[in-house]
Design a protein around this ligand. Sequence first.
Ligand code: HEC
Length: 473
Amino acid sequence: MDFPLFHLDLFGDRLLMAVIAVIHVIINHALAVGFIPLVVLFEYRGYRESKTNLAEGKKWDDLAYKLMFFAFIVTTSVGAITGVGIWFTAALISPASIGSLIRVFFGAWFTEWIIFVLEVVFIMYYFLTWKKTKDDPVQKWKHIKTGGALGIFSWLTMAIIVGILGFMMDTGAWAESKSFLDGFTNPFYIPQLFFRTPMAFIMAASIILFLTISYTKDDIKFRGKALKNIALWMFLWTPHVLAAGLYYYYKIPRLMEGNVPVAIGTQRFQNWYETILYFLIATIIVSMLTAVWAAFKPKRISKTAAFITIIITFLTLGTFERVREFIRKPYVISEYMYSNQLRVEDYDKYKFDGILKHAIYTSTPQITDANKLEAGENIFGLACSRCHTVSGVNSIVTKFENLLTPNGGDLPKDKIIEYIPVMNAGRYYMPPFPGNNDEIDVLADYIIEMQSNPIKHLGVQNKGVTISPGHAQ
Ligand code: HEC
């Protein structure tokens, strides 16, 4: 409402955000937060060994360097690009919610930004000075400490962002107090942080296992030692994944009480909720088995086992993220703002006056006989386009066809008009319709027109900004 809306009518806006965010979270957890501590431990081991056995120490150091090379390349390219990408995408697709979150969490994000810049400095220094410092024990020790700082700073950026993610699921005491601290220490903060930390360690360990098998082909004896260390790390953290995963899992239903009022919703939720448990158990079993195999049969361990562990741990994190997104709906910020960017408290006004009257960027502040179709499209833009396209992914026409005319034929206007006011009851993850009856009427006309004559719904990036005459100064 307060921002002109960007829109992609082929893949939809949600998909763009999802793809970028998923890649970013995986890289952040698996190659930064979880990865650095193990690399630093290997480097430290090399430093200690080299006091008594220089050649052995060098092997540990070389392995640590090779692992870091991989993490450095990926985190500073794809990791960094997707991190910035999340900002650009979120600002384009969900401008109002990002605006609200920045208002509440300005201090947190500012701190996170400083920590992130330091993290970049540390990673540059850590990686780029590795070769130069490796032969001088005094310099080496400083280098290891830089690695330790890098690990802590990577974790801190995650620890700050998780506060904001938790807030979107449940604003907790903030709803009353509007205090930053209440928002940050929301009920989902600790469960998520507790879960993500060991999960990141396990994800990283499975990648390190995979890479170590490849990097130590010619030195099976050393491989045995390295794999034992990785296995130990996995043994150490897997019980934490289980404990924290279950803690998080049992916290979820409390949140759901408010969000899933209907039976169908409960059913769908139940399925997702059970899926979490399966993935959690699979992660525990697979990573434990792989760790045992790696520790006791380092010669015979196959890369496939390591690869399967990577996939399972990634899917587990993915499932948790999916459930996190799922249970937040229909809100983008729990009970404060719907996913269509409209605030809950403004709904009465929109339902009474119509949403067009209050929209700042619209070409049709009022519906007239002449502008019906355009008004319908504008309402689609305001109320549905954050999640639906006209004829691409999650197409509004196809959704109605599947629902109302599964055997083909023209969409019946009366049925569309009946559906829209109760859309939130059947599919609780959709926000309620935010307009009045006249607007439902023209939206139905628009959808029917799009069935026979589909035209892409263009975002502001294609059609430019139109300020409603009522709001123009
Ligand atoms: C927050 C995102 C979101 C918004 C906003 C939204 N929808 Fe949906 N809608 C969805 C999702 C997700 C689905 C289900 C897709 C699936 O299961 O394939 C869906 C499904 C539907 C369906 C099919 C329902 C069924 O039971 O099969 C209809 C009809 C529909 N939407 C209409 C609308 C209309 C009209 C608007 C705007 C007034 C709208 N939606 C706004 C996310 C949204």
